[in-house]
Structures are given as structure tokens and as C-alpha cells.
Design a protein around this ligand. Structure first.
Ligand SMILES: Cc1cc2nc3c(=O)[nH]c(=O)nc-3n(C[C@H](O)[C@H](O)[C@H](O)COP(=O)(O)O)c2cc1C
Length: 321
């Protein structure tokens, strides 16, 4: 068990926020595999107070998994203040606010939000301490190693964030300029934890149980964040959680189990988004459930192009038994 402020968290596996993926259905689907903590997709502070319906749909509802953090991004304190006021008034169930200082997408960084904050470590502390003061729930932050190889300043940023009063920090062990290329550099974070009084969550390239073991060993982080690695491979969460509790290594899921997992996820996604939109989203995600299983090329291609109705999905999956 570990804690973010007073929030007790049972599992050391954290589900990484992914725009377009980690909606409530996805979080609820993965929760029983052993997720200790999840996040909403990133939500724009301005999007919230302009009443943009899409933005509101990203927020947790009364059916949500818990504990869950609402991840916000922005560049101006006034906007963040308004966004948090809206969330606090709306009776939305959530456990903490997570600030996104890791998004490398130019559309976001150009506006001074996301990981462009890493270029202004003096300002980040002032911004975050104001947010901590106005939020009724704990505030956490997600960062990268730095902007680029010339500016690897996570030590300074972590110090500022801690001083500002955040309750946990996630670090994606890449720079902004790396985007998602190269290899996450867990070694860069060795020794950091000793200087921190709050929990550290390590993120980046956790695709197997051994990746998780190694990342935790190198960084001494309190928890490991799984993002792309569990897309289509929910058993990964279970393997890590089980191993950390008992030392037991679970086998990979069978093809039949993968098919059953996909059906379950599809059902939750249909409940959340309606059949048509759920199938469109599944075109991107469903094929991943069959990565690494021989002879599935044809089926994966059909899933990525032909899914329109739930009946289509059932027909395609009926080939697997
Ligand atoms: C499609 C996609 C969307 C993402 N969206 C977000 C996001 O909204 N907020 C965030 O903090 N990180 C986001 N990330 C980053 C992940 O949370 C994670 O830190 C990163 O993918 C590294 O972990 P991995 O190598 O295990 O996937 C996203 C990553 C991907 C691949």
C-alpha cells in the first residue's frame, strides 16, 4: 500500500492517461486487472469553462472507477482557477487533480501548456502553488525529463513542484523533443527518489513484467505507470500487480482469453459511447488484442477496417474458440 496525500492506494500499477483511449470505459475495463490508480484523458482548462461538450465527456461520472485523477492542462492561472471551480461545483467524483506538464504535441506546447512548462522551471513553482492553494483535493503533476538533451532539468522541476505542494509526481523518462521515439531512460532517474518526500511514479516503455521490475528497481519509484503496453494486453497489468504482491509470474493470456477481454471492453465502450462510435474506436484498439498471436493477420486487418456494428465484432470473434 502507498499513499497520495491521504488517499490509500492498493496496487503499485498506475494506468497512464492516454488521449483518445483512457475514457471511463477503458479505465473500468482495466481496473479489475489490478490498476491502483487511473487518470482521465487530458482536459483543457479553457475547454471546461467554454462548456465544450466533448471536454465535459472526458470527466469522471458517478459510475467511475476510483481512485481517479482529473488531468488538466493549461497555461494561465486564471483559466485553471475557473476550470477547478467548475469541477468543484459540479459534484464530479474524483480524488485529485493531475497537472499535465508532459504533453509534447506542438498544438499544446505552442500555447504555453503541457511540457513547454519545463522550459520555465521558476514559473512552474509559482503556478502550481496557486493551484494547490485553490484546489480542495490533492494536486499531482506529470512531467518529462526535460525539453531536450540540452535541457534535462527534472531535478530542478521536481524540487519546485515539491515546494509548491504537489502530492505525487509522474515522470515519463523521455524529453519533449523525443516525443515517443528512442528508449525511455529510467537510469536518468536513479537517485532522484532519495531526494523526494512524495511518491514518484515512473512512466515510459513498460511493455512487459520485466520492464516494470527493472524500472522500479532502477528508479526506486513507488509505482509504475502502464500506458501503451496494456492497450490490447490487459494481462500485463495483472502480471505486474500479481508479481509485486506475491512474486508469482502469470502466463500471457491465451487467444481465447484475449477474445473474451475484447468482448468485455467492447461492451463497456458501447455503454459509454454508443455502438457506432464504440466500433470506430475499436478499429484502432481491437487489433492490438491479437498482436503477437500467430495467424491473426487477416483477422486484425478485418477488425481495423470492417467494424461497424457489434454484430460485426461478434461474427469476427466467433472464429476464435
Ligand atoms: C496515444 C497516447 C495518448 C497520450 N495521452 C496522454 C495524456 O492525455 N496525458 C498524459 O499525461 N500523457 C499522455 N500520454 C503519455 C502516456 O501517459 C505515457 O506517459 C507514455 O505513453 C509513456 O509510457 P508507455 O511507453 O508505457 O506508453 C499519451 C500517450 C499515448 C501513446
Amino acid at each position: 500500500m502507498w499513499k497520495i496525500a491521504n488517499l490509500e492506494i492498493e496496487s503499485h500499477v498506475v494506468l497512464g492517461p492516454m488521449a483518445g483511449v483512457t475514457s471511463e470505459a477503458y479505465r473500468k475495463f482495466l481496473k479489475p486487472f489490478g490498476v491502483g490508480l487511473s487518470f482521465t484523458e487530458m482536459v483543457s482548462d479553457c475547454g471546461l469553462f467554454y462548456g465544450n461538450e466533448n471536454t465535459l465527456a472526458y470527466l469522471p461520472t458517478q459510475n467511475t472507477d476510483r481512485p481517479v485523477g482529473i488531468q488538466l492542462f493549461g497555461s494561465k492561472i486564471e483559466n485553471m482557477q475557473k476550470a477547478i471551480e467548475i469541477i468543484q461545483k459540479a459534484n464530479i467524483p474524483y480524488d485529485f487533480i493531475d497537472l499535465n506538464f508532459g504533453c509534447p504535441v506542438p498544438k499544446v506546447t505552442k500555447t504555453g501548456a503541457g511540457s513547454s512548462w519545463l522550459k520555465k522551471p521558476q514559473k512552474i513553482g509559482e503556478y502550481v502553488s496557486q493551484i494547490v492553494a485553490l484546489s480542495s483535493k490533492p494536486v499531482t503533476a506529470k512531467i518529462r525529463l526535460g525539453w531536450n538533451d540540452e535541457l534535462v532539468n527534472f531535478t530542478q522541476v521536481v524540487e519546485q513542484l515539491e515546494k509548491a505542494g504537489v502530492s505525487a509526481i509522474t515522470i515519463h523518462a523521455r524529453t519533449t523533443e523525443q516525443m515517443y521515439t528512442g528508449k525511455a531512460d529510467w537510469n536518468a532517474l536513479a537517485g532522484l527518489k532519495m531526494q523526494m518526500k512524495i511518491p514518484l511514479i515512473i512512466s515510459g516503455d513498460i511493455f512487459s513484467l520485466d520492464d516494470a521490475i527493472k524500472a522500479l528497481e532502477v528508479t526506486k519509484a513507488d509505482a509504475v505507470m502502464v500506458a501503451r503496453g496494456a492497450m490490447g494486453k490487459p494481462r500485463l497489468v495483472e502480471q505486474i500487480d500479481k508479481y509485486l504482491r506475491t512474486g508469482v509470474r502469470l502466463p500471457d493470456a491465451t487467444l481465447f482469453e484475449q477474445s473474451e477481454y475484447l468482448k468485455k471492453y467492447a461492451q463497456l465502450l458501447i455503454e459509454e459511447k454508443g455502438e457506432r462510435q464504440a466500433m470506430m474506436i475499436l478499429r484502432g484498439i481491437a487489433p492490438r488484442f491479437f498482436n503477437g498471436y500467430p495467424g491473426m493477420k487477416g483477422l486484425k486487418s478485418i477488425l481495423s477496417t470492417n467494424l461497424v456494428t457489434k454484430a460485426d465484432l461478434d461474427t469476427i470473434l466467433s472464429q476464435i474458440n
